[in-house]
Design a protein around this ligand. Structure first.
Ligand SMILES: Cc1ncc(COP(=O)(O)O)c(C=O)c1O
Length: 377
């Protein structure tokens, strides 16, 4: 019997997460508190970093890091265009200028040589992205950052649990920021996590997250009646709630199982795409272990029209898809300042995301591929 077709994406949340959320709700402490502290420590330990700072999203987390670094008007930050637009928007949020670098045509991650070519006297930082969970070449990128004295943020929004030469994403860059949005491998609905080994940066970002306040809510709660907080600088509200963190703790404990389930689906897709005349499976270089946050296939020939036609056909046959990773430089706010990005243009026109989530079975991956084979013979 053929397996049913899966939905495109769904979070893997069950009774354990529901019980954790319920416990937090009933505890009377729902804002940032003990669950958040535990989540930050567990997340940092799992990803090989010293400090974790839980925030309301990747976007607010990365914004706080760029703020803490003092980036603003006049600064340039190198970033791929082929990324969710948040990676680029955050540069503008602090008043700095995004400078696009093209991608490697095999991995679709930012190309270290393109980063080096984009450096100018105004360059202050690099945002490298582990796109859809495939680690970027952080060793090469870190060497460039060190050589040119640039700040480096790993946009690990999609990459929790991914490995680069056996080392977890989160332990490879001076600072890494993760997303916990519902489309990610683990989720707290919305949310984010900043990881770093830099105690000073961690302290600063922790303060900026909480209106610049010198004490956390938990510290104030446990302090004497005349211990008053101070506000040495202007901050923001980017806090994660304890309800979210309680769910996050359960999700984090399930991370290995969730990645195993996704990998089984990816293995089926990869096997079915070997030698496919029209479609190419994603490429993971030797030593890179993705978490399969998404599964992206590439049309070997054709372009936007053929890609969109195939998506329509798949949709009509019951397979939900999305376009591949977006090209930010084709969007209004960034269109005018983009340099030529040939590999980005190709990927933007020729990629499709197939259904991928931890509750899919390999048999469902086969059912998807049966439809794909009918639509793209
Ligand atoms: C590469 C990348 N960066 C940043 C983000 C933004 O994350 P958030 O929605 O948590 O702000 C996403 C979300 O999809 C992403 O894929």
């Amino acid at each position: 019997m053929t397996a049913s077709l899966p939905v495109f994406s769904r979070p893997s949340l069950g009774p354990l997460e529901a019980a954790a959320a319920s416990e937090a709700v009933l505890s009377g402490w729902v804002a940032a508190g003990p669950h958040l502290q535990a989540f930050e420590e567990a997340f940092a330990a799992r990803c090989g970093a010293q400090f974790g700072i839980g925030v309301s999203s990747w976007t607010t987390g990365a914004f706080l890091v760029l703020k803490a670094w003092g980036l603003g008007h006049g600064a340039e930050v190198i970033v791929p265009s082929l990324t969710f637009i948040a990676s680029v928007n955050v540069i503008r949020h602090v008043g700095a200028r995004p400078v696009f670098a093209d991608i490697d045509p095999l991995t679709f991650n930012i190309d270290p040589a393109a980063i080096e070519a984009a450096i100018t006297p105004k360059t202050r930082a690099i945002i490298a992205v582990d796109q859809i969970g495939l680690p970027c070449d952080m060793h090469a990128i870190r060497a460039i950052a060190e050589k040119h004295n640039l700040l480096l943020l790993d946009d690990a929004a999609c990459a929790v649990g991914s490995l680069n030469q056996g080392r977890p994403v989160g332990s490879l860059a001076p600072v890494s920021v993760f997303s916990l949005h519902a489309r990610k491998v683990i989720t707290t609905g919305e949310g984010g996590m900043i990881l770093t080994d830099d105690a000073e940066l961690a302290e600063r970002v922790r303060r900026l997250r909480n209106q610049g306040m010198s004490l956390s809510a938990l510290e104030r709660h446990n302090a004497g009646p005349t211990t008053f907080e101070s506000y040495p600088e202007i901050g923001y509200n980017a806090r994660m709630t304890d309800i979210q963190a309680a769910v996050g703790n359960v999700q984090l404990a399930r991370l290995d199982d969730l990645i195993t389930a996704r990998s089984a689906v990816a293995d089926r897709y990869n096997a079915r795409l070997a030698g496919h005349p029209l479609l190419m499976a994603p490429h993971a270089p030797e030593g890179m272990t993705p978490n399969w946050q998404s599964y992206q296939v590439t049309l070997k020939q054709g372009g936007l029209a053929q890609r969109n036609a195939l998506m329509e056909q798949l949709h009509a046959a019951g397979v939900g898809t999305r376009r591949g990773v977006m090209p930010s430089h084709r969007e209004g706010p960034y269109a005018e300042s983009a340099p030529p990005l040939p590999h980005t243009e190709f990927a933007a026109d020729c990629c499709i995301l197939l259904p991928m989530h931890a509750e899919m079975t390999p048999a469902q991956a086969d059912a998807v591929m049966d439809v794909v084979d009918r639509c793209a013979p």
